[in-house]
Ligand binder design. Structure first.
Ligand SMILES: Cc1cc2nc3c(=O)[nH]c(=O)nc-3n(C[C@H](O)[C@H](O)[C@H](O)COP(=O)(O)O)c2cc1C
Length: 319
């Protein structure tokens, strides 16, 4: 029942993609998701291309599952794209105009090319650029949000506009929501916020606690955290916007970059990780409307299995 155009194309057994998430989608999380039969994704922002290739090679040795890498267009390193395409099953882009030359580079390396889109027009462009599947991101999504429409409205528009498989993203944290998206024609779902609270996630414990204590009504789309990445709306917990505005000083804390500790300016984009110090509550606590479904810390495998089991049960009852 959960065999879809996406699972067949990618070679996984569960139609779930763990969202690429800057600062969160490290190898241990992606590997756990891949091992559970879904598509695990990594992010390696600011990592040199040679190092990206080396880390992906290690990952390939450590899992029999499929995995991919996510690139944010405003921070794109083309050499890293090329280095990834020979190792990953999926190379994915977000937040920039679909680019046929990038897609061609991915295909030359042997990977599938994917674009996360926020409008039907962007979906048509991404398909025209040669992408193998797309992700339609609704405004319910945590993190940076491309579109302005609810996920089911956007999904319908995108499905009417393109022929390639389309995943639904944004606010999907339960088997119920997953079943809804699949019944509406999605070939799979992309899940972000739930995996921030996975046991394998590098998120700061205070960030995870804030997710555990929050509900869908506690998130807001803002441009409050725009240092390093201006004019890019993002969905976070409303509490962190208030805490950031009330914070006195220009530096909210420090984060690790390789062997170095670097200051985090007030209003900057990186979310707090375990090794981040400072006013965690005043840093961007990205969260989608799916935050309702974050009720405990649990292994990524459990999240994948719970969603798949519940979606399948509901779809069987419905069919
Ligand atoms: C902490 C966090 C970081 C994110 N970073 C990225 C990113 O680097 N690249 C990207 O394509 N999407 C990013 N997103 C958005 C996700 O790809 C996805 O659209 C979103 O998580 C789906 O909504 P959900 O969080 O309700 O599941 C991020 C989301 C979160 C929660």
């Amino acid at each position: 029942m959960l065999d879809t155009a996406f699972t067949r194309l990618v070679g996984c057994s569960v139609p779930i993609q763990q969202a690429g998430m800057g600062g969160i989608a490290d190898a241990p999380l992606a590997r756990a998701v891949s091992d559970a039969g879904a598509l695990g994704m990594v992010n390696m922002v600011m990592v040199p291309a040679t190092e990206v290739a080396a880390r992906l090679e290690v990952m390939a040795e450590q899992t029999d599952g499929v995995f991919g890498i996510n690139f944010l267009m405003p921070f794109l390193d083309v050499a890293a794209v090329e280095a990834s395409a020979g190792v990953c099953r999926v190379v994915e882009f977000f937040y920039g105009e679909p680019d046929a030359s990038l897609v061609a580079r991915v295909h030359r390396g042997g990977a599938l090319a994917v674009w996360q889109v926020g409008t039907a027009e962007e979906a048509r462009q991404a398909e025209g650029a040669g992408c193998d599947f797309l992700v339609a991101q609704g405004v319910e999504a945590g993190g940076h949000v491309r579109g302005r429409l609810g996920v089911l409205t956007l999904l319908a528009q995108v499905l009417d506009s393109v022929a390639v498989p389309v995943l639904a993203a944004g606010g999907i944290g339960t088997g119920r929501a997953m079943a809804g998206a699949l019944a509406a024609g999605a070939a799979g779902v992309r899940v972000g916020t739930r995996f921030v609270a996975a046991a394998e996630s590098p998120a700061h414990p205070a960030y995870v606690d804030a997710l555990l204590g929050a509900g869908s009504g506690d998130t807001v789309v803002t441009t409050a955290f725009s240092v390093m990445w201006p004019d890019a709306p993002h969905r976070v917990l409303a509490s962190c916007v208030e805490a950031m505005k009330a914070f006195e000083g220009d530096v909210v804390g420090e984060m690790r970059m390789g062997d170095m500790s670097v200051p985090i300016p007030k209003g900057a984009v990186p979310c707090p990780r375990k090794d981040t110090t400072g006013a965690i509550e005043a840093m961007p606590l990205y969260a989608g409307e799916s935050v309702d479904a974050v009720t405990r810390r649990q292994p990524a495998r459990e999240i994948v299995e719970e969603l798949a089991r519940e979606a399948e049960r509901l779809l069987r009852g419905w069919a």
